[in-house]
Ligand binder design. Structure first.
Ligand code: OXD
Ligand code: MN
Length: 593
C-alpha cells in the first residue's frame, strides 16, 4: 500500500517497528469512510465486532474484550523517565533502557500472521496551535475503529505534520493478552508510548490517557501549557452569554454527567443551558488577551455505560444512538441491541452477558454488563455539543473546579482565596471509595487534580508548574478556583444534595463569584456561599433550609483530621513546592482558631 507521507522521522520509525513485530500486512489509515466501513466488515468477519440493529442503532457495534482485560491497569502503567525522581513518588517507574529491552522482547514477531494498522491522528482540531500529532501502530481493528471516533485520523493529519519530528510515537501489540506481561509504558522524554498484552480502551487507545494526559502533561511543563483531567462546559445564562468552566474529578464522581447537564426546569425556562466542550481532558494555554483558553483534544466520548439512562444523562444516551462502539455490555438477542445495569428497569430475558454467555436479565444474579463497560460515541452526536467544539482557539476559562466524594468533610462548594490557594485546593483532592470498586468502602484516596494515574512526571514539579502558570497571569484575568462536593451525607447516610441537573445551582453561584456579583462567607478553608446565595426554587420538599445549611457547613474539627491526612500525603514529596507547604501551615492555623 502507498505510504501516506514522505516524513523521514515517521517512515524510519515505522520501518524499525515493522522489522521488530513482523506483520504480514500493512495498512495506512487514510481517514476515509470507505476504509472504515471495510474495516468494520473485516471486524465482523473475524468476530471482533458484532453489528447491532441498523434501524435502532445505525452504524453501531458491540465488542467484547478478554475477561482478564476490562480496565486500565495502574499497577502495570509506568513512566519511563531517565531517573525515578523524575517520575516522582506517585508513579511506577522503570529505567528507559530496561523498559525498551523488555517491551521489545515481548513485542518481537508479535504481528506475525496479523496486519499492522498505521493510524496518524491529531489530538485537537487539525492545524490548531493547541493540537499535537501522534501515530499509533496497532494490530487491532477495534483500536482503529475506536481511534477513528475518539480522535481526528487520516491523511490530513500527516499533511499537517509535514516534515516535522514533533509527533508522539505509539506502539500497541495485543500479543496474547497475557496479564502477566501487560505493560503500559510512557517515555515522556522520547515522546513514546508502548502498550503490550491488552485490548482494553484506556490501555490501548493511546491518544487518550497515555498521550493526552501522561505525555502531554510533560510536554506542557516543557512548553508552558497544561494538560489536565478536566471536562469543559459552557454555561449559558438568560443574558445569552456563555461562560466556560473546567472541572476535575476522580473517576466515579459524575464528570460526564456534569459536562452534559440538563438545567432544572425553572432554570431551563429562564434560558439556562449547558454546552459540552469535553467530558474528560482539557489542554489549556494563555491566549493573546491574557486569559487562559482550553480545548478538548478528543473527538468522542469513551464513557462508562452502567448508570447512563434517560434521567441521569439523556445527552450521553442520545450520543450513543448512532456510530457508537459498545464494549462489554449485555447483548439483547431479541432485537439485537444493547443493555446495561441502570439503563432501564426492563432487562432483556434473551441475551448474552458481557462475556458472551447466555443471560436472562430477569432471573440471573450476575451482571449483564461489566461495571466498567463503555460506549465510544462521536462527540458530534451529543445534543448539547458546544458550537465552540471545533474552535481552534479554544474557549476562555472563567473557573477551575475541583471535587471529590466526601460524605462529611467538604461543603457543597467553596472558593479559594487566590490562585496559589486554589492550587493547594486542587492538590488535596480526595475521594472516598464506593461500593462500585473492589476493596473497602469509604476509604479516602488522595487524587491531586484527579491526575494521580495520569501525571507523566513528578507530581511535586507538576504542582510547581501550576504555581508558575499563575505567576504569568493577571489575577483579574486568571480563572477563579473552586471545590465542589455533591456527595455530602446526613447522619443517617442519606445524600443531602440531589446532584445531577441541580448542580447547575452551584455553577450559577460559581459564575456569579467570578463576576463579583455574589456574596460569600469567609471560613477557615475559603469562601463558602451563605445559605441565601444558593437558589433552592423548585427544590421544595427536596432540600430544606436546614439541610442546605448543613451542606454548606465547615466543621473545623474534621478539617483538623484532614490536615493530618494532607501532612502525611505531602510527606511523600521531596519536591513539594514551598508555596503548598505554606498553604498547609496556613490551613492548620486557621482550623485551630
Ligand atoms: C476514564 C477515567 O476512563 O478517568 O476517563 O478512568
Ligand atoms: Mn477520565
Amino acid at each position: 500500500m502507498e505510504k501516506l507521507t514522505t516524513n523521514k522521522s515517521v517512515l524510519d520509525w515505522i520501518e524499525d517497528k515493522i522489522a521488530l513485530v513482523k506483520p504480514d500486512n500493512i495498512v495506512w489509515i487514510d481517514g476515509s469512510e470507505a476504509q472504515i466501513e471495510a474495516l468494520r466488515a473485516e471486524g465482523m468477519r473475524t468476530g471482533e465486532m458484532i453489528k447491532l440493529n441498523e434501524e435502532l442503532l445505525p452504524d453501531c457495534y458491540l465488542h467484547r474484550t478478554a475477561v482478564n482485560d476490562v480496565a486500565r491497569v495502574e499497577a502495570r502503567t509506568f513512566i519511563c523517565a531517565p531517573t525515578k525522581e523524575e517520575a516522582g513518588p506517585t508513579n511506577n517507574w522503570m529505567d528507559p533502557a530496561e523498559a525498551y529491552k523488555m517491551l521489545y522482547d515481548i513485542a518481537r514477531d508479535s504481528y506475525k500472521g496479523r496486519t499492522m494498522y498505521i493510524i496518524p491522528y491529531s489530538m485537537g482540531p487539525v492545524g490548531s496551535k493547541f493540537s499535537k500529532i501522534g501515530i499509533e501502530l496497532t494490530d487491532s481493528i477495534y483500536v482503529v475503529l475506536n481511534m477513528a471516533i475518539m480522535t481526528r485520523t487520516g491523511k490530513a493529519v500527516l499533511d499537517a505534520l509535514g516534515d516535522s519530528n514533533d509527533w508522539v510515537r505509539g506502539l500497541h501489540c495485543k500479543c496474547q493478552i497475557d496479564e502477566e506481561k501487560r505493560y503500559i509504558c510512557q517515555f515522556p522524554q522520547d515522546n513514546t508510548i508502548i502498550s503490550v498484552n491488552s485490548g482494553y480502551g484506556g490501555n490501548v487507545l493511546l491518544g487518550k490517557k497515555c498521550f493526552a494526559l501522561r505525555i502531554a502533561s510533560y510536554q506542557g511543563k516543557q512548553e508552558g501549557w497544561q494538560a489536565e483531567h478536566m471536562l469543559i462546559l459552557g454555561l449559558q445564562r438568560p443574558d445569552g452569554k456563555i461562560r466556560y468552566i473546567c472541572a476535575a474529578f476522580p473517576s466515579a464522581c459524575g464528570k460526564t454527567n456534569l459536562a452534559m447537564l440538563i438545567p432544572p426546569e425553572g432554570y431551563y425556562k429562564k434560558g439556562y443551558r449547558v454546552w459540552c466542550v469535553g467530558d474528560d481532558i482539557s489542554w489549556i494555554r494563555k491566549g493573546p488577551d491574557g486569559r487562559l483558553y482550553a480545548i478538548n483534544p478528543e473527538n468522542g466520548f469513551f464513557g462508562v455505560a452502567p448508570g447512563t439512562n434517560e434521567k441521569s444523562n439523556p445527552n450521553a444516551l442520545a450520543s450513543t444512538r448512532q456510530g457508537t462502539i459498545f464494549t462489554n455490555v449485555a447483548h439483547n438477542l431479541d432485537n439485537n441491541t444493547v443493555w446495561w445495569e441502570g439503563l432501564d428497569k426492563n432487562p432483556p430475558e434473551n441475551a448474552m452477558d458481557w462475556t458472551g454467555k447466555p443471560w436472562n436479565g430477569k432471573t440471573s444474579d450476575v451482571k449483564g454488563a461489566h461495571p466498567n463497560s463503555r460506549f465510544t460515541a462521536p462527540a458530534k452526536n451529543c445534543p448539547c455539543i458546544s458550537s465552540e467544539f471545533e474552535n481552534p482557539d479554544g474557549v476562555p476559562i472563567s473557573a477551575f473546579v475541583f471535587g471529590g466524594r466526601r460524605a462529611k468533610l467538604a461543603p457543597l462548594v467553596y472558593q479559594s482565596r487566590d490562585w496559589n490557594h486554589g492550587v493547594f485546593v486542587g492538590s488535596i483532592v480526595a475521594s472516598e471509595t464506593t461500593a462500585a470498586a473492589a476493596g473497602a468502602v469509604g476509604v479516602v484516596r488522595r487524587d491531586p487534580m484527579a491526575m494521580l494515574p495520569f501525571c507523566g512526571y513528578n507530581m511535586g514539579d507538576y504542582w510547581q508548574h501550576w504555581i508558575d502558570i499563575g505567576k504569568t497571569l493577571d489575577p483579574e484575568k486568571a480563572p477563579k478556583m473552586f471545590n465542589v462536593n455533591w456527595f455530602r451525607k446526613d447522619a443517617d447516610g442519606n445524600f443531602l444534595w440531589p446532584g445531577f441537573g441541580d448542580n447547575l445551582r452551584v455553577l450559577d453561584w460559581i459564575i456569579d463569584r467570578c463576576e463579583g456579583t455574589a456574596d460569600a462567607e469567609e471560613t477557615a478553608i475559603g469562601f463558602v456561599p451563605r445559605k441565601e446565595d444558593i437558589n433552592l426554587e423548585g427544590l421544595e420538599g427536596v432540600v430544606s433550609d436546614a439541610q442546605l445549611e448543613e451542606i454548606l457547613s465547615v466543621d473545623n474539627a474534621l478539617w483538623k483530621d484532614e490536615v493530618a491526612g494532607i501532612e502525611e500525603f505531602y510527606a511523600k514529596f521531596d519536591r513539594l513546592p514551598p508555596v503548598l507547604k505554606a498553604e498547609l501551615e496556613d490551613l492548620k492555623a486557621r482550623v485551630a482558631e
